[in-house]
Design a protein around this ligand. Structure first.
Ligand SMILES: Cc1cc2nc3c(=O)[nH]c(=O)nc-3n(C[C@H](O)[C@H](O)[C@H](O)COP(=O)(O)OP(=O)(O)OC[C@H]3O[C@@H](n4cnc5c(N)ncnc54)[C@H](O)[C@@H]3O)c2cc1C
Length: 287
C-alpha cells in the first residue's frame, strides 16, 4: 500500500486517476481506517487530502459558506457564524461519533462513505448544499443528493474527489433542524432520521421548505410532497400530519433487528414533525 500526501489538488487528482488498483481518500479516516483494520478493504493507494490548500478552512462566499472537505466536526462546532446560519447542519455533523471522532470526521467523508445512515447528509440535502468536485477534468459543482448511489457507492468518477461543500446564503427568517433516532443514547447509527429547512414570511407562514430523510432508503431521500405539505402553513397540526404522512409514505427502509419496516416508517414521520417544529421556532415562528 502506498500513502501519498499531495500538496495540490491537481496532484491528488493525478494520483487517483493513475492508480490501477483500489484507492481511497484519507480525510478524517474514521471510516476508512476502521474498514482497513477490520479487513473490509485493502487499498493499494491512500491519498491524504489534509495538506491540500483550502481544504481545512470555512470561508464566507456569496453570503454562504464554503466548507473545505477536510474540515472536522469539531471545527464546524466552533464556527459561530456557520452555527447561527445552519444550526441543523452543524448539529447533524456534531452527532457523528464521540469527542474523539469529532476531532477528525468530515462531512465530505460522511457523504462519500455513502452509508444510508450518514448523519450530516440529510441536513446537507435539506440545506440545498452543493459539493465542488475536482478530478481529471474541470472542477464541477453538483447537488449533495446526487453523490450517494447506494450503500458504499457514489457517483464520483475515477480520479474525482470532493474539495468543498457549499452552504448557500439564507433569506431572513430561515432555519433548519435535524433529528435522528438511535436505540442507544449515543455512539450508534440512525434507525431513522429527518432534516427540515424552512423559510417564513413576516406573518410566520412557510414560504419555502426542504425535507430530507436518512436511514430509511438505500440513499438519502428528498421528499418534495413533505415540503409541499408545509408551504403556506403556519405549521398547524393538519400541515404537520400531512408532512408526517408524506415522509412515512416515501420511506423504503430495511427490516432488521434494529427496526422493522413499519416501525421505521412510523418513526421517520414523527421525527420530521419534531424537526419541523424546531426549525419553525428557530426561524422566528410562534406556535
Ligand atoms: C466510533 C465511531 C462512531 C461513529 N458514529 C457515527 C455516527 O454517529 N453517525 C455517522 O454518520 N457516522 C458515524 N461514524 C462514521 C464516520 O465517523 C463518519 O462517516 C465520518 O464523517 C467519516 O468522515 P472521515 O473524514 O473520517 O472519512 P474517511 O474515513 O477519511 O473517508 C470515508 C470514505 O469517504 C471517502 N472520502 C473521504 N473524503 C472524501 C472526499 N473529499 N472526496 C471523495 N471521497 C472522500 C474515502 O475514500 C472513504 O471511502 C462513526 C465512526 C466511528 C469510528
Amino acid at each position: 500500500m502506498r500513502y501519498e500526501k499531495p500538496q495540490t489538488v491537481a496532484e491528488a487528482a493525478r494520483l487517483l486517476s493513475a492508480e490501477k488498483g483500489l484507492s481511497r481518500i484519507l480525510a478524517g479516516g474514521t471510516d476508512v481506517l476502521v474498514q482497513m483494520k477490520s479487513g473490509l478493504i485493502e487499498p493499494d493507494l491512500i491519498v491524504d487530502i489534509k495538506a491540500l490548500p483550502g481544504l481545512r478552512s470555512i470561508v464566507a462566499e456569496a453570503g454562504g459558506f464554503r466548507v473545505g472537505a477536510a474540515v472536522a466536526g469539531a471545527q464546524l462546532a466552533e464556527d459561530r457564524d456557520l452555527k447561527k446560519a445552519w444550526p441543523g447542519v452543524v448539529e447533524a455533523a456534531n452527532l457523528i461519533g464521540s469527542t474523539q471522532v469529532q476531532g477528525r470526521c468530515t462531512m465530505a467523508g460522511n457523504l462519500c462513505n455513502a452509508s444510508p445512515a450518514a448523519d450530516s447528509v440529510p441536513a446537507l440535502v435539506a440545506a440545498g448544499a452543493t459539493v465542488r468536485i475536482a478530478g481529471p477534468g474541470a472542477a464541477r459543482d453538483v447537488a449533495v443528493e446526487t453523490i450517494p448511489a447506494g450503500p458504499g457507492k457514489t457517483t464520483l468518477k475515477k480520479g474525482e474527489f470532493v474539495t468543498s461543500i457549499f452552504l448557500p446564503a439564507r433569506p431572513a427568517r430561515s432555519a433548519d433542524a435535524y433529528l435522528r433516532f438511535i436505540p442507544r443514547s449515543e455512539m450508534d447509527i440512525a434507525v431513522a432520521a429527518a432534516a427540515v429547512n424552512l423559510t417564513l414570511d413576516a406573518e410566520g407562514r412557510v414560504t419555502a421548505a426542504r425535507v430530507a430523510l436518512g436511514a430509511v432508503a438505500p440513499t438519502v431521500l428528498l421528499v418534495e410532497a413533505a415540503a409541499a405539505a408545509l408551504i403556506g402553513s403556519k405549521l398547524e397540526e393538519a400541515a404537520l400530519e400531512k408532512l408526517s404522512a408524506a415522509c412515512s409514505a416515501a420511506a423504503k427502509p430495511i427490516d432488521d433487528k434494529r427496526g422493522s419496516v413499519a416501525y421505521r416508517k412510523d418513526v421517520v414521520g414523527v421525527l420530521a414533525k419534531r424537526a419541523a417544529r424546531i426549525a419553525y421556532t428557530r426561524a422566528g415562528g410562534k406556535q
